[in-house]
Design a protein around this ligand. Structure first.
Ligand code: 5GP
Ligand code: ZN
Length: 123
């Protein structure tokens, strides 16, 4: 998609702070972070929205989600359990879909928000 900002990021036509890349996926820092750690995971191939996905996209969607714990560990927000079994750390994952879902960029992306609360715009 010639006019898609995330396709342009995937093609390295515009800069982004890339934190992970492979043949299929790219992860980079959100330009307007809503949390101390705010990353976006995208497929390099253009998919406008989750509503365009079907069983044929299941492997790609699974890889997007499976990347999150790796990114969380690398950015200091993995979930751990202390000696009493109390959970620590953590993050939120979110896919906004369509105008009623708050989607602003029409290239599929998964948000990962992490870091100590409270965050700006905490949900
Ligand atoms: P949405 O509301 O579509 O789920 O989220 C789009 C996200 O993309 C927003 O959090 C916004 O800050 C981020 N974003 C928009 N344009 C750019 C850009 O050019 N570079 C980066 N790194 N993030 C962007
Ligand atoms: Zn795109």
């Amino acid at each position: 998609m010639s006019n898609c900002i995330f396709c342009k990021i995937a093609a390295k036509q515009i800069p982004a702070d890339v934190v992970y890349e492979d043949d299929e996926l790219l992860a980079f820092k959100d330009i307007n972070p809503a949390a101390p750690v705010h990353l976006l995971v995208i497929p390099k191939q253009h998919v406008a929205t989750l509503s365009e996905c079907n069983d044929g996209h299941a492997a790609m969607l699974g890889r997007m989600m499976a990347l999150v714990p790796k990114l969380a560990a690398e950015h200091g927000c993995a979930v751990s359990f202390d000696g009493q079994g109390e959970p620590r750390g953590g993050y939120k994952t979110l896919i906004n879909s369509g105008p009623d879902g708050g989607q602003e960029v029409y290239h599929l992306h998964l948000h990962m928000y992490g870091g100590p609360r409270p965050w700006k715009g905490q949900r």
